[in-house]
Design a protein around this ligand. Structure first.
Ligand SMILES: Nc1nc2c(ncn2[C@@H]2O[C@H](COP(=O)(O)OP(=O)(O)O)[C@@H](O)[C@H]2O)c(=O)[nH]1
Ligand SMILES: [Mg+2]
Length: 201
């Protein structure tokens, strides 16, 4: 398989429930994390496009599951950000159910890119997601996002802390400092996606 060109990624469709997805073939890698953790920015950086996944200063705007096609048979998926404090509990529960059912039922799902703000990693719902990934044996790449907000020594300390905590939960995982603003960690993100696609595609 040739190296994948992520720049040609295009929008495929959005759904508000998983029964609306009518594609059952190929390989899917989902981007997951708290609302405002930097998912849309990471997808835009990965694909070298400014507005492919909408990035917003208002948390909680992405309320749908968004599918993008990288190449034929290979998709990336922007899951709704969880945990937006200001939204009504009924909407929160709906999102969480949507995310849970996607993770538990979706057959093409072969890997998770798990985004956490480096200043505030491993929050309550993150642990819930890690447990589902464990249960379903879904491989994980953790991105410690917005690392440009910390000095390089603070970055190293946070990296070690998160690494140590995750080793407690997970036998195998990948972890990377990441910044969409400073273009840090994008090569690692691309190479991990290449590996997953090659392995399952
Ligand atoms: N400092 C910094 N801010 C970022 C970075 N990536 C995203 N942001 C900001 O964080 C906010 C949320 O980003 P977004 O990509 O929309 O997050 P999403 O809700 O997870 O999709 C926006 O205001 C972005 O400008 C980054 O690498 N560094
Ligand atoms: Mg978003």
């Amino acid at each position: 398989m040739n190296i994948i060109n992520y720049n040609k990624t295009c929008f495929l469709k959005s759904v508000s429930q998983i029964s609306d997805i009518n594609i059952e073939y190929g390989v899917e890698i989902a981007f997951i994390g708290y609302s405002n953790s930097g998912k849309s920015s990471a997808i835009n950086s990965l694909t070298n496009q400014k507005k492919l996944a909408r990035s917003s200063k208002t948390p909680g705007r992405t309320q749908l599951i968004n599918f993008f096609e990288v190449v034929n048979n290979f998709r990336i998926v922007d899951l709704p950000g969880y945990g937006y404090a200001k939204c009504p509990i009924s909407i929160k529960l709906k999102w969480e159910k949507l995310i849970d059912s996607y993770l538990k039922k979706r057959k093409p799902l072969k890997g998770l890119v798990f985004l956490m703000d480096i200043r505030n990693p491993l929050k309550f719902y993150d642990k819930h997601i890690i447990n589902i990934a464990l249960e379903k044996n879904i491989p994980i790449l953790i991105l410690l996002t917005k690392c440009d907000k910390l000095t390089s020594s603070q970055q190293k300390i946070q990296f070690q802390i998160v690494h140590k905590k995750l080793k407690f939960f997970l036998k195998e995982f990948h972890i990377q400092l990441f910044s969409s603003f400073k273009k840090i960690g994008i090569k690692k993100l691309q190479s991990q996606l290449n590996i997953w696609y090659k392995e399952y595609g």
